[in-house]
Design a binder for this molecule. Structure first.
Ligand code: SF4
Length: 229
């Protein structure tokens, strides 16, 4: 049984698989505590729900299989604090690929088909997870964030056979209209080329997640110092 914050049917709004129909399973719990977290309902004391449902992998897989989703995104919170092997196996049994979105700070348990790793400076990724990632996502919350995270990710491509995996640069959503941050992303992509790509959280302006009544009310912190984080 896994503690589940929400599950819903939407489309993937980010990264290499953007625009594709996807079923989302958001696990509860995250010890990373980013100050602008857009899933605060999974951990922040001001937003956590009164009751957390525990659901079996088979039931989660069955709900996903009842949609036209092309794959399932297991996200959080930080899903890797849970043992996800039974969930991934259950998804494979019903013919669905399993994608993971993780900070990379905890050992990944489960044979995922796709791993998106978004490093967070408050708890850095494990080198074993950097090797597993298929793409990276940097949340650009300040103009110097790209250089800082690029230095962290450099270790991931220093092996004998670097894979040059995509590195998406996303403005932190509360900063999406911040000119200097958007310009920093544009300049970085133009100056460096591959593997860097400018990104956007496409599902948010669409409100695609919220269209499913099963989705939880969004609880973004947005870097609100008044919240004490
Ligand atoms: S953004 Fe992700 S890693 Fe950071 S606190 Fe929120 S759920 Fe945890």
């Amino acid at each position: 049984m896994l503690p589940i914050h929400e599950q819903f049917y939407s489309f993937q709004g980010e990264g290499n698989h953007a625009g594709r129909a996807a079923y989302f399973i958001r696990t509860f719990g995250c010890p990373v505590h980013c100050p602008w977290c857009d899933s605060a309902g999974t951990w922040h004391p001001d937003y956590i729900p009164e009751k957390i449902e525990r659901i079996s992998p088979a039931d989660l897989a069955s709900a996903a299989a009842a949609t036209r989703a092309e794959f399932v995104v297991v996200t959080g919170g930080e899903p890797a604090i849970h043992d996800l092997r039974a969930l991934v196996d259950a998804l494979h049994v019903v013919g669905l690929k399993a994608h993971l979105e993780t900070s990379g700070a905890f050992p990944i348990k489960g044979d995922f088909d796709w791993v998106t790793l978004s490093p967070k400076r408050w708890k850095l990724p494990l080198s074993s997870n950097l090797a597993l990632a298929d793409e990276f996502k940097i949340i650009v919350d300040s103009t110097d964030a790209i250089a800082a995270y690029t230095a962290i990710l450099a270790a991931a491509e220093s092996s004998e056979a670097p894979r040059k995996r995509p590195v998406w640069l996303h403005p932190e959503w509360s900063q999406r209209a911040n000119g200097p941050i958007l310009n920093a992303i544009t300049d970085w992509v133009k100056q460096h080329g591959a593997p860097y790509r400018a990104g956007w959280q496409l599902h948010k302006p669409y409100q695609a997640d919220l269209l499913d009544p099963k989705s939880a009310q969004a609880a973004p912190l947005g870097g609100d110092i008044g919240k004490g984080y």
